[in-house]
Design a protein around this ligand. Sequence first.
Ligand SMILES: [Zn+2]
Length: 93
Amino acid sequence: MASKKWGGRESINARAYWKPLLPRPCCRCGRPVVPRPWLHADGWHPDHWPVSREDGGTQTWPAHAECNLSAGGRRGAEITNSARKRRQGMSGV
Ligand SMILES: [Zn+2]
């Protein structure tokens, strides 16, 4: 629960800004970001783009949750798990 982390109000503001503008091409993979209400956080995140937050970027752009998380390199297990789930579920592509 570190206070300096991206998230909280900043993230909520970015989500509120982007939500009515979806779908938009994902800044990571280029495929459209469409809200997926059955997923956590609708399956998308406001990502820092074109400048990463680590490099001082403040602009955001929508990204798929899985793209955003894999780009961040954190929470690798979660990615692996969801990739595995996708492979098993293989529907609707
Ligand atoms: Zn993507």
